[in-house]
Design a binder for this molecule. Structure first.
Ligand SMILES: [Zn+2]
Ligand SMILES: [Zn+2]
Length: 248
């Protein structure tokens, strides 16, 4: 090794991008050196800390059952109140490196985390949903929020699937809402009510739509999006997120 990890990180930070070719690739989570052939900038130790979403889950909302035994089965809330989407899937549990990636990307605008999250979305359980969809629809932000953040994380994540058609203006955010963080489930539902619209319903008519977002918490936002899409004529709506909050 010609150059140490911390020196490499320092050089990158100061924009010596041309040196990327010569520098060792570093883990985004611990700064350790990542093998050249690794598909993402995550070392095996940090990769080992990721809790992937695995059965048994609810086949509808994707909830991971806290008791890790038995078959996939409908959860209580999908039985009593089926959501307007057919199924929701996430790559990993919102903890450890995954939670760091989601928040550093979205709130810290650290774009280096984008390819890592796009890579996580390639797990077969998630890629299958993208392959099955007619149109990928990122959960939109209000134009005011796009302006302050500089990008819509959901739109960039949808680009994990270059073969898929992405409807970047299929759904519109028509009402500015406060962030869902810190709200209880009922407040979350109320907060996003009538926040979305489908400006050109012919774009979704009879189509299988895959909604894409970074994080599934209570599902209030994607439920509202799915409801609006179904009402506009979508045949089926599914949901794909990088991460999912774990309910104990
Ligand atoms: Zn690491
Ligand atoms: Zn469920």
């Amino acid at each position: 090794m010609l150059i140490s990890g911390s020196a490499a990180s320092w050089l990158r930070q100061f924009g010596f991008r041309v040196l990327d070719f010569f520098l060792p690739r570093l883990c985004l989570f611990c700064g350790g050196v990542v093998a050249e052939e690794a598909k993402a900038a995550v070392c095996p130790d940090c990769e080992g800390k990721i809790e992937w979403v695995e059965s048994p889950v609810c086949p509808c909302c994707g909830l991971m059952f806290p008791v890790r035994e038995g078959e996939d089965r409908l959860c209580g809330s999908c039985q009593t109140e089926p959501p307007p989407f057919a199924r929701a899937r996430a790559a990993a549990v919102y903890e450890g490196p995954v939670a760091k990636a989601v928040t550093r990307f979205k709130f810290g605008r650290q774009m280096a985390y984008l390819p890592v999250m796009q890579h996580w979305l390639q797990v077969p359980r998630c890629a299958e949903l993208a392959a099955d969809a007619d149109l990928l629809v990122p959960v939109p932000l209000h134009p005011r929020r796009v302006q302050s953040r500089g990008f819509n994380q959901a739109l960039l994540l949808a680009r994990a699937f270059p073969e898929a058609e992405v409807g970047r203006e299929t759904l519109a955010r028509v009402r500015y809402t406060v962030p869902q963080v810190g709200l209880n489930p009922k407040e979350r539902r109320d907060n996003v009510r009538r926040a979305f619209a489908v400006p050109r319903p012919e774009e979704v008519q009879n189509k299988k739509i895959l909604l894409v977002d970074d994080l599934y918490t209570t599902g209030a936002t994607v439920r509202e999006c799915a409801r609006v899409l179904r009402r506009a004529g979508a045949r089926r709506v599914e949901v794909l997120t990088v991460a999912r909050v774990k309910h104990e």
